[in-house]
Ligand binder design. Structure first.
Ligand code: AMP
Length: 178
């Protein structure tokens, strides 16, 4: 965990003033840290009978694809609006200013499949909550949510509908990673 923590870079004022962006590219590029992160993300769900991992664009694709492989599960894409080619369902959610929309293919998940939702970071929970709503609408059974980082002060876990979630690293009150 110490190695993971040291490989997450804070980038102040990106992509907008006032946001401290948690840049995980150094972690992804480190073969020991990347393998350890994927193992730790997958571990709590090893015996959960996960059929399919739903990864949120774009860093959730990288981590979620690797977690799916580790769990012997399939992979479903949760993408930003307008990027999926076939018949899709959409879910809007609130941002600080305005709205965003994410989508899944209508046939990405079969009713009753056990789904693990993966993203790099939980902030306000809007994105992950909307991904959960898409999986619910497709009839998937959400086993849990797995994140690398939780910005705890934002209380985003409240948006996850009381379902299980795990985060490998949590920020403390001064914005550093605890
Ligand atoms: P939210 O919907 O507020 O929970 O935001 C989560 C999504 O936005 C995730 O897909 C993250 O990759 C991205 N995100 C939000 N805040 C940050 C941040 N401070 N650093 C890096 N990514 C972020």
């Amino acid at each position: 965990m110490e190695r993971l923590r040291s490989l997450i870079r804070d980038v102040p004022d990106f992509p907008r003033p006032g946001i401290v962006f948690k840049d995980i590219t150094l972690l992804l590029g480190d073969r020991i840290a990347f393998t350890a992160a994927v193992s730790a993300l997958a571990e709590p769900y090893r015996d959960a009978g996960v059929d399919i991992v739903a990864g949120i664009e774009s860093r959730g694709f990288i981590l979620g694809g690797a977690v799916a492989d580790r769990l012997g599960a399939g992979f479903a894409l949760v993408r930003k609006e307008g990027r999926l080619p076939s018949t899709r369902i959409s879910q809007a959610y609130s941002l600080e200013y305005g709205e965003a929309v994410i989508e899944m293919h209508a046939d990405a998940i079969k009713p009753g499949e056990r789904v693990l939702i993966v993203d790099d970071l939980l902030a306000t929970g809007g994105t992950a909550g909307a991904a959960g709503a898409l999986v619910d609408r497709l009839g998937g059974d959400i086993v849990g949510f797995a994140f690398l980082i939780e910005l705890s002060a934002l209380g985003g876990s409240a948006a996850l509908g009381g379902r299980p979630y795990t985060a490998l690293l949590r920020t403390n009150t001064d914005g550093g990673i605890a």
